[in-house]
Design a protein around this ligand. Structure first.
Ligand SMILES: [Zn+2]
Length: 209
């Protein structure tokens, strides 16, 4: 059975069998699927997790696997095509929510946007001395590309990994303070997330050497 009533998009109890639901997407007991647009749904709610940055990654994974099993398209193979399609759609959405929350950077980005922070597209700012540092590293990478010196590639990878880790530490520290209306925290977090894009980009460039 498919429930489409938007008022039941995040039910606490299954509207079909009245069981307590582990996720608003699917009932673990009678396996009713609840069709709701994922953008209207809070990713933390999907896993019934508290809305905060620090989360138990093992617990998130456990919940993800349990919900996945309940909505695996194979489980509906004898049902109608509509049900199979819905199961596939919800599985894809569940995967997206899981990928967003399990990664510490995308989780911070998600929490920031949720409370009305600027997106990376709207605010690309990074400090100017940071840009100068990136330019220098880019030049070093292109030199290494020409020489293909393995030791230099290793050294540069180490430098970038260390700097990336430092940025990750800053992101984690700031994201733990969410939700907040402290503009300094929100802006600083945006900048650190922007920085991370540069580190990831440099890391990827080195991988291709
Ligand atoms: Zn049920």
């Amino acid at each position: 059975m498919i429930e489409n009533d938007p008022s039941t998009s995040t039910p606490e109890r299954c509207t079909v069998c009245d069981s307590q639901m582990d996720s608003p997407l699917v009932c673990g007991i009678c396996r009713t699927l609840f069709d709701a647009p994922i953008d209207s749904m809070d990713y933390f709610d999907i896993f019934r997790l508290d809305h905060r940055y620090d989360l138990d990654e093992a617990e998130l994974k456990r919940r993800f696997l349990a919900i996945s099993r309940n909505m695996h398209p194979d489980a509906f193979s004898r049902n109608s095509e509509t049900m199979q399609k819905l199961a596939m759609k919800l599985s894809a959405e569940l995967n997206e929510a899981y990928d967003t929350l399990r990664d510490p950077v995308s989780r911070a980005e998600y929490l920031l946007l949720q409370i009305g922070g600027e997106s990376g597209r709207a605010d690309k700012s990074v400090p100017s001395d940071f840009l100068a540092e990136i330019m220098t590293l880019r030049e070093e990478i292109s030199e290494v590309k020409e020489s293909s010196n393995a030791d230099e590639v290793g050294r540069l990878s180490g430098v970038i990994a260390e700097k990336r880790n430092r940025t990750l530490g800053q992101i984690e520290e700031l994201a733990r303070r969410l939700p907040t209306d402290d503009a300094v925290v929100l802006r600083s977090l945006r900048v650190e997330l922007n920085r991370m894009k540069y580190w990831n980009n440099l890391r990827d460039q080195l991988k291709t050497i």
